[in-house]
Design a protein around this ligand. Structure first.
Ligand code: IPD
Ligand code: CA
Ligand code: CA
Length: 265
C-alpha cells in the first residue's frame, strides 16, 4: 500500500529545502544558457534543483518515475504508477531578471490522477499545497472554495505574447474580453498564475503552450477549490503533452470559453 501521507510530508520538506538552496544561490553568480529560443532561459540552478529532487526521489522511492523539465528524469510515454512532474524553477526569466516571482512546481500523480500539488513561491516563502480530497492550503491556511464571480469584476491573467504569436486563435477575439473584464495581469510564472486562480486572487488564466510541469501542480490545487481547467479548445489535459490553457473560476471559465474562445470556431 502506498503511504501517501509519508510522500506528502517528505515532498513538502524537500521543496522547502530546495527553496532554501535557491535563496542561498542568489549570492553566487549564475550560469545562464538559452534553450529553444533566445528568451527561453535555463540556469545552473534550474538543473541543480531538478537533480536535487531526482536524487532524493530515486533514493527514497525507487519505484516512482520522474518527468522533469530539464530532462534529467525519465522519458515517459504514460503516467502509469506514481509519477513526479517537476518544474524546478517555473519563471526562470523572473528568477534571472527580477530575483523574485518564481516557484518550484511539483505535481505527484498516480495512474494519471493528481494526488499532491506543491507550488513554492521561493522568495515569499509561500507554499501552495493540495492533497487530493483533503483540500488546498497556502502555508497552513486552507483555501476556500471558489465563489461565483462576474466577468465585469474579473481580473484575468493573460500572456501578452499571445497578441503576436498565436497561430491557433485570432488574437483580435481577445480584445473585447480584455475590454470587458476589470483588469489583466501577467506574472511570468504559470505555476504562480494557476495558484493565484486557486486562491481567487485572479479569476482566470489564459495562456499558450504550457508543458505538463507548468500546469500539473496547479491543476491539483484547482481540483480542491472547484476551479476548472481545459485546453483553449475545451478539451481535458493529458498531463503528458503541451496545451494552450484556460483555467479559472467555473463561471468565468464558462464565459471566456463560450463567448470568446469557442465563438471563434
Ligand atoms: C515558463 C513560465 C511562463 C510561461 C511559459 C513557461 P519556465 O516556464 O511559466 O510564465 O508563460 O510558457 O514556459 O520556462 O520559466 O519554467
Ligand atoms: Ca515552467
Ligand atoms: Ca522551468
Amino acid at each position: 500500500m502506498t503511504n501517501w501521507t509519508e510522500i506528502d510530508e517528505i515532498a513538502k520538506q524537500w521543496v522547502k529545502e530546495a527553496g532554501a538552496r535557491i535563496r542561498q544561490s542568489m549570492q553566487e553568480s549564475l550560469t545562464i544558457e538559452t534553450k529553444s529560443n533566445p528568451n527561453d532561459l535555463v540556469t545552473n540552478i534550474d538543473k541543480e534543483t531538478e537533480r536535487f529532487f531526482i536524487d532524493r526521489i530515486q533514493g527514497t522511492f525507487p519505484g516512482h518515475r520522474i518527468l522533469g523539465e530539464e530532462g534529467q528524469g525519465d522519458k515517459l510515454r504514460s503516467l502509469d504508477g506514481i509519477v513526479w512532474i517537476i518544474d524546478p524553477i517555473d519563471g526562470t526569466m523572473n528568477f534571472v531578471h527580477q530575483k523574485r516571482h518564481f516557484a518550484i512546481s511539483i505535481g505527484i500523480f498516480e495512474d494519471g490522477k493528481g494526488k499532491i500539488g506543491l507550488i513554492y513561491d521561493v522568495m515569499q516563502d509561500e507554499l501552495y499545497h493540495a492533497f487530493s480530497g483533503k483540500g488546498a492550503y497556502l502555508n497552513d491556511t486552507p483555501l476556500a472554495p471558489l465563489k461565483e464571480a462576474s466577468i465585469e469584476e474579473a481580473i484575468i491573467a493573460i500572456n501578452a505574447t499571445w497578441v503576436t504569436e498565436n497561430r491557433r486563435i485570432d488574437p483580435s477575439i481577445l480584445a473585447p474580453l480584455v475590454k470587458r473584464v476589470r483588469g489583466t495581469r501577467s506574472y511570468g510564472s504559470a505555476a504562480l498564475e494557476l495558484a493565484s486562480v486557486a486562491t481567487g486572487r485572479i479569476d482566470a488564466y489564459i495562456t499558450m503552450r504550457l508543458a505538463p510541469w507548468d500546469y500539473a501542480a496547479g491543476c491539483v490545487l484547482l481540483n480542491e477549490v472547484g476551479g476548472i481547467y481545459t485546453t483553449t479548445d475545451g478539451e481535458p489535459f493529458t498531463f503528458l503533452e503541451n496545451h494552450s490553457v484556460l483555467a479559472g473560476n467555473p463561471a468565468i471559465h464558462k464565459i471566456i470559453f463560450g463567448d470568446y474562445l469557442h465563438a471563434d470556431r
